[in-house]
Structure formats: structure tokens, C-alpha cells
Design a protein around this ligand. Structure first.
Ligand code: MG
Length: 249
């Protein structure tokens, strides 16, 4: 069942989202050649706790960190550790925050120093795909309108969207119904309604859409070694259209 949020709940999600956006901005500014991914994780955890929140991912199904850090061909769920970011890498930072019992979830992919033109294009297109999807998140629209807009933006630019991982409803728990695919699912009958809250999160690859999970049980990588980017916002569907709850200020 899809849970509709009232205005009190939306206010709490907005606060969770504001903390998250602030911390993601802090992390994006901290990304530079030479920084360890574990340092980014520690920064995220400290900043969330200082803001009165709790890291949503730490301990979730046993995930060992507060931040997912996925580099180059890593798609999602990379575990922070001793790996050092290098000039030319692209790095996806995926973060969740709980505040007053409500969740927010967002991700960005950022360049480390100067990156190749293909990587630059991938980041641009993935973010555009997310925004194209969000633009369709109006009451009365079909969930497939969101999915189609994302898929079209990625594919018209020669990229592919990951199928095995999708967006989701979000609220009192991290993953609620409905699933939010980044590609059209013919039998998806969900009609968007005011009060729905969705984590919309395209994962876009330069090559094949196929992915595999590494032996650590978490890190998802592209099967062909191509680059992957990930952008995500938590979005509330309101009478006035989509409201991004995790927007950078
Ligand atoms: Mg998510």
C-alpha cells in the first residue's frame, strides 16, 4: 500500500531533507584528489548527528557505513574505506537521513578534479534525467510518465538506465511502496496522488545497463566496466506539483 503523508508528516520529511541537502553539499565540496572515501563517510556521519539527525543507511540490512560511495564503474552501494579518490574519477555520494522518525534519501555524482568529456556528459545527462522525471511528478499523472521521462533523457544521449535497482516510496521507513523504475514498465498502474513521497533516483551507465554485485555483497558495478552516475532526490507530490525535499540551497 502506498502511504499518503499529511502536512505534519511532510514538514518532518522536509526537515530531514534539509539536513541531508546541507550534508551532501558539504561532502561535494570536500571531494578532491587524495581524500579517502572513509573520510567522506566520517564527515557525513558527524554532520548528520550534529544537525540532530541519524544516518539512515548505517546498519540498514547490515550496511556498515553512513554514506554509500561509488566510484567510476561502481553504480551504487559502494562501502567507504581506505580507497583514495584520484583526479579524473567520478564519485557518487548516496546518503539517507532520519529526523524525528522520517526519512530522506538523495544522491549526487561529482567529478574529482578534471574529468574526461564522456564523464562530464554522463553527470550532466543523469542529473537532467532526474529533473525530467521530477517534472512529471504531478497528481493525476501516471508513475510511468516519470519513468519514461528519465529513460528517454538517458537513452537519447546514448546512455542506458539500470534495471536491477530502482527508486522507491519513502517516509516512516526508507523503502516504501511504490517502486519507482527508471524505465517504462508496461503493467505499472500507479497513478500519482497528492501526499505521495518518492525517492526518484536514476542510475545511468555509459555502456550496458547490466550490473553485478561484487563479492563484498554490496558494491554494484557495471558488467562492462563502463562509467555509472547516480542522482537522487526525495520528492513530495503536492497540489502545486513536485516539491523537492532534498534540494541544495
Ligand atoms: Mg534511494
Amino acid at each position: 500500500m502506498i502511504k499518503i503523508k499529511n502536512s505534519t508528516e511532510l514538514e518532518k520529511m522536509k526537515k530531514a531533507g534539509a539536513i541531508l541537502a546541507r550534508v551532501l553539499k558539504l561532502l561535494a565540496d570536500a571531494v578532491k584528489p587524495g581524500i579517502k572515501t572513509s573520510e567522506l563517510d566520517a564527515l557525513a556521519e558527524r554532520a548528520i548527528i550534529t544537525a540532530g539527525g541519524r544516518p539512515a543507511f548505517k546498519g540498514y540490512r547490515g550496511f556498515p557505513a553512513s554514506l554509500c560511495v561509488s566510484i567510476n564503474d561502481e553504480v551504487v552501494h559502494g562501502i567507504p574505506g581506505p580507497r583514495v579518490l584520484k583526479e579524473g574519477d567520478i564519485v557518487s555520494l548516496d546518503l539517507g537521513v532520519v529526523f524525528d522518525g522520517y526519512y530522506s534519501d538523495a544522491a549526487i555524482t561529482v567529478p574529482v578534479g578534471n574529468v574526461a568529456p564522456l564523464a562530464q556528459k554522463l553527470l550532466f545527462v543523469c542529473r537532467e534525467a532526474l529533473m525530467a522525471g521530477i517534472k512529471n511528478a504531478w497528481p493525476g499523472k501516471h508513475l510511468n510518465d516519470v519513468s519514461f521521462a528519465i529513460q528517454q533523457e538517458a537513452e537519447k544521449n546514448g546512455f542506458s538506465v539500470v534495471r536491477d535497482f530502482v527508486g522507491h516510496g519513502i517516509g516512516k521507513v526508507l523503502h516504501e511502496e511504490p517502486q519507482v523504475p527508471n524505465f517504462v514498465v508496461p503493467d505499472n498502474g500507479v497513478i500519482l496522488e497528492e501526499g505521495m513521497t518518492l525517492a526518484i533516483e536514476p542510475m545511468v551507465n555509459t555502456g550496458t545497463h547490466l550490473v553485478k554485485v561484487q563479492p563484498d555483497g554490496w558494491t554494484v558495478v557495471t558488467q562492462d566496466g563502463g562509467l555509472s552516475a547516480h542522482f537522487e532526490h526525495t520528492v513530495a507530490i503536492t497540489a502545486n506539483g513536485p516539491k523537492i525535499l532534498t534540494e541544495f540551497k
